[in-house]
Design a protein around this ligand. Structure first.
Ligand code: GUN
Ligand code: ZN
Length: 445
């Protein structure tokens, strides 16, 4: 009985060149880590990759299963956006000022509408449609302080069978009245949402204190207690994004040694802690993150748009001692970020690197958006690679998606060059077909 083959429609294959990683290009070098299969075969069975390798080797396994041949495309693992705010989609690209002004002028106004389940569901739909259009198959998502904002997002993500992480923001000070909870209500609402949604289907819950300035000590304490009781959940927040913010945290928490120490004091560092931005960190903070196996998230289009500063790639990913490296993901941070397209984020990460003395190669940039991001989320055993046993989250990219790219790609002499011009010159137009758990969520016949 156990040998009963799965229904034929659950098993299919795609043929075409693909890339994946067998290790970390930051520690092992690009050539060792990047795998390019020029004529690849990926067999998907019930949403999971059954075989990934060369077409010649894998062809005997096909046994009549339907095969789509992508002759002129490039297949990559689905992109992973490790920090993004869906409720801020209506204010993406808003003009003016740096972080704190931007929060007060646009963000805290836009976020007040999400007590309305219908509105939250409508924006969640647009947001998830956009992620699919951009080839993003997993995201770590901030909702608002309202439980309805989380409910709507998870309902929509669950209907689409996506792998998503999200949570209710915790904010009990320094915000408009309509956006504040209390330590108790924030705890109770988070717990109820966590119990309902965490590990339901492909969903995970993230305990989400917005950042230290908008939570009292009592609230951070409650968030730490909740995480301690549910350590398989995530903890996501912002840290050291902006110089004025860092000074503000010093003034609000005079007894703490530094910004990371505020979170550490309340038990908010450790595996599955995701710290957005992490620009102005001191060495003691980096050490703490490495030693507690916390993750940092680089959000380049946000950091340049809000004039926040430059991420330290060298310290995060290639420190002198390998044991000091910190798990790092790439992210859009929309609405602070200016695009939901991870290709754009890769291109901007390269520019941030250029301005701060670190060269982010294409192999490294694609890693940060795929397997590296999966590692930052502790999900690299499920997503981020094209490998047997992984969930079939795949992007089929057209490298010649614009007239200029059709012209430019003729002159590419290597896979690295082809990848690099994609992150430099292309955008959502390159994303042709997207599979999530083996289901087509964008494109297809
Ligand atoms: N810090 C606290 N809240 C936010 C936010 O919504 N966006 C960004 N970029 N930084 C923050
Ligand atoms: Zn953010």
């Amino acid at each position: 009985m156990s040998n009963t083959p799965p229904a034929a429609e659950n098993r299919f294959a795609i043929r075409g060149q693909f890339i994946t990683y067998n290790s970390d290009p930051f520690s092992e070098g690009d050539d060792a880590a990047l795998v390019h299969e020029p004529d690849g075969l990926i067999i998907v069975n019930n949403g999971t990759i059954e075989y990934a390798g060369s077409y010649t080797q894998g062809a005997p396994l096909l046994q009549g299963c339907p095969l789509t041949h992508y002759k002129h495309q490039l297949i990559t693992p689905g992109f992973i956006d490790t920090h993004v705010h869906y409720p801020q989609l209506p204010i993406i690209g808003a003009y003016g000022a740096q972080l704190i002004d931007w929060l007060n002028t646009y963000t805290f106004v836009a976020e007040q509408r999400y007590d309305d389940l219908g509105y939250a569901r409508q924006v969640s739909r647009v947001f998830l449609d956009e992620l699919a259009r951009n080839g993003t198959t997993t995201a770590a998502v901030y909702c608002t302080v309202h439980p309805n904002s989380v409910e709507a997002f998870f309902q929509e993500a669950d209907d689409r069978k996506l792998r998503m992480i999200a949570g209710k923001m915790l904010m009990d000070r320094n915000a408009p009245e309509a956006l504040m909870d209390t330590p108790q209500s924030g705890y109770d609402d988070s717990l109820a949402l966590l119990e309902k949604w965490h590990e339901k289907g492909r969903l995970s819950y993230a305990i989400t204190p917005r950042f230290a300035p908008t939570s009292t000590e009592a609230q951070l304490d409650a968030a730490g207690a909740l995480w301690k009781a549910h350590p398989s959940a995530y903890m996501q927040t912002h840290v050291s994004e902006n110089k004025d913010e860092v000074e503000w945290v010093k003034a609000l928490f005079p007894n703490r040694a530094n910004y990371i120490d505020v979170y550490a004091h309340y038990g908010l560092t450790g595996p599955r802690a995701l710290f957005g931005h992490a620009i102005y960190l001191e060495e003691t903070e980096w050490k703490h993150l490495a030693e507690t196996d916390s993750s940092v998230i680089h959000c380049p289009t946000s950091n340049t748009f809000l004039g926040s500063g430059f991420f330290n790639f060298q310290r995060a990913l290639q420190p002198e001692s390998a044991s000091q490296a910190v798990r790092t993901g790439l992210a859009t941070d929309v609405g602070g970020g200016t695009s939901l397209c991870m290709l754009k984020s890769m291109g901007e990460a390269y520019k941030v690197g250029q301005l701060s003395g670190y060269s982010v190669s294409a192999a490294k940039a694609f890693y940060l958006a795929t397997r590296g991001a999966a590692k930052a989320l502790h999900l690299d055993n499920k997503i981020g690679s094209i490998e047997a046993g992984m969930e079939a989250d795949l992007v089929v990219l057209n490298p010649a998606s614009t007239p200029l790219l059709a012209f430019r790609t003729q002159y590419c002499n290597s896979i690295e060059e082809l990848l690099f011009v994609q992150m430099t010159l292309s955008d959502d137009r390159a994303i042709e077909t997207v599979y999530s758990g083996g289901r087509i969520i964008k494109g297809g016949e």
